[in-house]
Design a protein around this ligand. Structure first.
Ligand code: BTN
Length: 329
């Protein structure tokens, strides 16, 4: 059973026009005075709701918050339920791992407005101020740890597809799971697992997207961008999250049945550095070559200067100086 305020928001968000106060009070099983009390509380949170004694209530504007009242009514499937919302957290991945460890179900999402200890791949800090979209999704795929690599590609592909469909832009991927816009990094995915040798108990897919961020610290400024900087417009993060979770849920259920194969061509189409000369840094080793392919298990196929090929499961790709516009963020 949804909490009352979520039920009320679902009614307001899905209505074609005004919703009558009498109908809402009957559907929710509360008095008309109680409905009015909830409307006033929503207004205090920044929701703009017109109230007319004859016509009822009309939702005119939703604030850019990721509060469950604003977001959960937008979810169409199982992802996002339960939905754990925080104003500030150290890291949504850390919280999601605690929840997963305690038995939280697949589809559970942890969201925060701001992270104080956001983490990126390779132990980096992840700059996570207000205005971004920082969330982690708990998954329980029945695979071995080796099967997780292609899941991280699948998640980043779903994020790019969700963003592009929602905003009508062309964000791209940099292997394995960076989200790029105009040659700069706009987001990334960090997958962490709880597993034994043969069995993954849970995977936490952490997604960071620079949405309504207008500036970056000096050390990130040349390499990073946001949807706001790229499009010049604010994006409704609640609706964007709904769109991403929908794409992700559809893609994930197919990936569970059929693996990465059906997504491979689509992933390669969105890759910004296919066919380019790159340097890949992996565990302190630098390898130069041309990106030839991505395998069905998610490994990168690099063509080497001596004519050989190398398959890589991890690493940081940088397009070679003077041969592309990738700053290697
Ligand atoms: C990368 O290095 O590109 C991956 C960045 C992933 C950042 C996200 S933000 C939400 C989640 N919580 C974290 O601490 N990290 C991930």
């Amino acid at each position: 059973m949804q909490p009352l305020r979520e039920q009320l928001m679902t009614r307001l968000m899905t209505a074609k026009g005004y919703v009558s106060g009498a109908e809402v009070s009957q559907d929710l099983g509360i008095s008309r005075e109680a409905v009015w009390k909830h409307i006033r509380a929503l207004r205090r949170e920044g929701f703009v709701i017109s109230a007319s004694p004859r016509k009822g209530y009309l939702l005119l504007n939703v604030p850019d918050v990721l509060h469950p009242w604003a977001v959960v009514p937008l979810f169409t499937g199982g992802f996002g339920r339960p939905y754990h919302y925080h104003g500030v957290l150290s890291s949504t991945n850390d919280r999601a791992k605690e929840l997963a460890h305690a038995g939280a179900s697949e589809g559970t999402v942890v969201v925060t407005e701001e992270q104080t200890g956001g983490r990126g791949r390779r132990g980096r800090l992840w700059h996570s101020p207000r205005g971004g979209l920082w969330f982690s999704l708990i998954l329980r795929p029945g695979v071995s740890p080796a099967g997780i690599h292609s899941l991280s590609l699948l998640v980043s592909l779903a994020v790019v597809q969700g963003v592009n469909d929602f905003l009508r832009i062309c964000s791209e991927l940099k292997w394995p799971n960076d989200i790029f816009l105009g040659g700069r990094k706009a987001g990334g995915v960090l997958i962490e697992i709880g597993a034994e040798a043969e069995q993954v108990h849970y995977a936490v897919a952490g997604v960071g997207l620079n949405v309504n961020i207008t500036s970056f610290p000096a050390e990130l400024d040349a390499a990073a961008t946001s949807l706001r900087i790229h499009t010049g417009k604010e994006t409704c993060r609640a609706r964007l999250l709904g769109a991403i979770l929908k794409t992700l849920e559809d893609g994930y259920s197919r990936w569970c049945r059929e693996g990465f194969g059906p997504f491979r061509e689509e992933y390669k189409k969105r890759l910004c550095c296919l066919g380019k000369e790159v340097t890949v840094s992996d565990a302190g080793r630098l390898t130069g070559g041309v990106i030839l392919d991505v395998e069905v298990d998610g490994r990168l196929v690099l063509g080497l200067p001596d004519g050989g090929t190398l398959r890589l499961s991890g690493g940081e790709v940088t397009v070679r100086e003077g041969r592309g516009d990738d700053p290697g963020a």
